[in-house]
Write a protein that binds this ligand. Sequence first.
Ligand code: NA7
Length: 557
Amino acid sequence: MAAAQPQSVQTRSAHPAQTDVVVVGAGFSGLYLLHKLRGLGLTVKVFEQGGDVGGTWYWNRYPGARCDVESMQYSFSFDDDLQQSWDWSERYAPQPEILSYASHVAERYDLRRDITFNTRVESADFDEHSNRWTVKISDSASIVAQHVVLATGCLSNARSPDFKGLKDFKGKVYHTGSWPHEPVDFTGLRVGVIGTGSSAIQSIPLIAEQAEQLTVFQRTANFSVPARNAKLTDAERQKFRDNYAEIRRVAREEMKNGIYQPVPDRGALDDPEDTRREKYQARWTSGGLTFMGVYNNLGLDLSANDTAAGFIRDKIAAIVEDPETARLLQPNSHPVGTKRICVDTDYYATFNRPNVKLVDIKTHPIEEILPHAVRSGGKDYEMDALVLATGFDAMTGSVAKIDIRGRHGQALNDKWAEGPRTYLGLMSAGFPNLFIITGPGSPSVLSNMLVSIEQHVDWITDCLASMRKRGAGTIEATRAAEDKWVDHVNEVASATLYPQANSWYMGANVPGKPRIFMPYIGGVGVYRKICDEVAAKGYEGFEMGAGAASNATAIAS
Ligand code: NA7
């Protein structure tokens, strides 16, 4: 794909350029937000560090990368013509197709003209006299904005562990989260994959087909269910299209995870063993993330959860021929679903190939990377190439990379040193006019991201419209509302099994990161209602201030 040309903002002059809104990131959130804000007549500048639109889908180009929510649902719903006309080719679109979709959206709404690519936002400083943010971008230019919206994504900050000797490894090192744009050929190579999260589970079967030898270094075994990916037929697409209004409504308002699916009417222990197994088998056969939706208490009750976990462990034992490999692949350290359940195509069966080997690095952690090998348990595994499938500094990592200073020069990173604090995941007290899309404290990664993105963008747009109507120049979460919300987020999480896992939801994958359950687990339907009520009550828990004029016409575009 040809990268769009970076546009310039007014740079290095005595008077920096001005805009109503700076948006950081041109993934799905940034794109939709730009479209909506233009509808309000606001001037908007979007800065994107990648060479084109797509966000996480721009970077995650590893073999087998695809969404794990079905494409007919992992797509925008805000424009019926768009959802009626875009043809998804497979049940779970592969990454290149999702990227084409993002590109199509950018073209359809003529978005690229307000996006500056290959440009990082370095810092944002709030000036309390003018009530404006000064945003510094990577070519050392600045732009002044009334509002800043962080559309930086939850899984955009790829993380490479600090393995001793890694920089001296003589072969190529790849990270699944920042894969090269040109094709990577592993033919004839001895390849090591470190990590067994979703990215590894999607890529391992394909790398195994190419590589001469593939060694998988596993710290934590993960639960994975078959995707049962397939080409979509016209009839399947049409069924969605004919019912889109209702499907989208239910996904938004009635589901916890923003995915339209049958709603369970009972808990796992309410069914006898044989019925339960039949139901698990039916979901296993139909495939996909909705496996966890068989019963309504799998995330709440450990005994119920054990029945689902046991079913998957039995499947692993049945698929994987070598008993020791099967044992290692069977997850035992966390309840199923408390780390995001993975969706795969032939992952477990791949370990039956003669060229694939599993190494347990929980018992024998990686000691060091040598120029041509990985050393674990005192043994050297010779390698020509390494794939780090080691995940992200999720949810807060991309925000933390920007030096954000709010009232009294307070750094957001200092405020969040003990864990992120937000009101509704949308704003943080002391940082007026700074919004986060799908921020910590909102359902975000526990949901179909497109549903959560649309909800946040719509809410923020309505909020800005309301500010303009009232002549308000600033909006800010109150400390009291934020404290209450943070308590609520923790309380809801602690009633579930989720905090039991060392997951990236908890920040547990990043050494030194505070262990806080970051997303809001109350569900997208409940969360939407709360946000709508807050708005209906005149933005309860937020303070609007007169500040400087907020209307677009006061600011040169
Ligand atoms: P994940 O799910 O965070 O997986 C990362 C994997 O890398 C996981 O198995 C980790 O083991 C492993 N890891 C991370 N650091 C290390 C070190 N230092 N040593 C050994 N192994 C390590 O990232 P993904 O990219 O796969 O998926 C992220 C999300 O993208 C996914 O949930 C979907 O929503 C899409 P650990 O479990 O921490 O022991």
